[in-house]
Design a binder for this molecule. Structure first.
Ligand SMILES: NC(=O)c1ccc[n+]([C@@H]2O[C@H](COP(=O)([O-])OP(=O)(O)OC[C@H]3O[C@@H](n4cnc5c(N)ncnc54)[C@H](OP(=O)(O)O)[C@@H]3O)[C@@H](O)[C@H]2O)c1
Length: 296
């Protein structure tokens, strides 16, 4: 039910995520206007009370807060680039996944049109949207975040980082990098035990308790990373780890499992040892990531 005290919002992009965002605004009583290239995706939201705009200009004119969540930034510019109406004085909240550079460019674009800009990183899948466990990271205009924090709270836990529009993307992608690294390892593990007909479902609880034990060590590891730690690690030195890591690759090959996911890590460990860093701990690898050449 629409609530006159709630900020009107517009949602542009009604893919799986955009529909969830618009649905959460509706559930919280926000007058909600939606627009999508394929208009059929707005039908269910219209039944729930959303106003379906015929044009992007009309959608933007409807609300002080305009959320856009589409496939990528190229699509953001394709949709917003040809605007003939005004976005001046509105807050553009871009929840599209992209890079910090793309976010900063979008912030400049918005500033050129007199709009406030917030970039966001959605740390959730659509089914989580509207619940506190859906964390959405924001960076960009502090003033706009302050004014619209309550409205953005309808989507999940709204976490403001800082005024650099690129930081929400940076944190988002860094967290996703951690997640994909973890899943890559878990899939390798599942394929290894699966080669002996052990079901992943049976193995998973062991993985969970092992990963929980390892993540508990992260604060200490993080301190070592910040220290740029090349200091000797008397508990788990790199040389020992390079050898046992090689055993993971050998065992995978013996079991007929690809090692493609793990080979880059082995290469990094081997180069650290070759560079006489074998006595240090794994946090010292981060220094190599910083100084290694970055492919264009
Ligand atoms: N789904 C998730 O789990 C999840 C989680 C976190 C973040 N995100 C991010 O949220 C964003 C949207 O994801 P999604 O899951 O909603 O994707 P999706 O279901 O594939 O929807 C893509 C959206 O982009 C629009 N689009 C694509 N190309 C277009 C074009 N050339 N012109 C106009 N519109 C175009 C689509 O319009 P049509 O409907 O007309 O095709 C649709 O609204 C992405 O940046 C994604 O990384 C998603």
């Amino acid at each position: 039910m629409e609530d006159a005290n709630r900020t009107p919002v517009t949602v542009i992009g009604l893919g799986a995520m955009g529909r969830a965002l618009a649905g959460a605004f509706l559930d919280n009583g926000h007058p909600t206007t939606v627009w999508n290239r394929s208009i059929g995706k707005a039908e269910e939201l219209a039944v729930r009370g959303a106003t379906v705009a015929n044009t992007v200009d009309e959608a933007i004119a409807a609300s002080p807060v305009v959320v856009i969540c589409v496939l990528d930034y190229a699509v953001v510019h394709e949709i917003l680039g040809p605007l003939s109406g005004s976005i001046a004085g509105r807050t553009l909240v871009n929840l599209t996944n992209g890079t910090p550079k793309q976010a900063r460019e979008a912030a400049e674009w918005a500033a050129g049109y007199g709009a406030d800009y917030l970039d966001g990183g959605i740390m959730a899948v659509p089914v989580m949207i509207g619940r506190p466990e859906a964390v959405i990271l924001y960076s960009g205009s502090a003033g706009a975040f302050g004014v619209h924090e309550r409205a953005l709270g309808a989507l999940g836990t709204a976490t403001y980082l800082n005024a650099d529009a690129g930081h929400a993307s940076l944190y988002d992608l860094a967290l996703l990098a951690a997640m994909y690294g973890m899943f890559g390892g878990v899939y390798q593990a599942a394929a290894m035990v699966g080669s002996e007909k052990v079901p992943a479902a049976e193995f998973a609880p062991m993985v969970v308790s092992w990963l929980n034990a390892m993540t508990a060590a992260l604060p200490a590891v993080a301190e070592a990373m910040d220290a740029g730690d090349g200091a000797d690690d008397d508990d788990s030195n790199l040389q020992m780890q390079a050898v046992s890591f090689a055993n993971i690759l050998s065992a995978s090959r013996e079991q007929g499992i690809s090692t493609a996911l793990l080979e880059p890590m082995q290469a990094l460990l081997d180069r650290a040892v070759a560079a006489q860093r074998g006595g240090a701990g794994t946090p010292s690898l981060i220094a190599m990531l910083r100084t290694d050449p970055v492919p264009a």
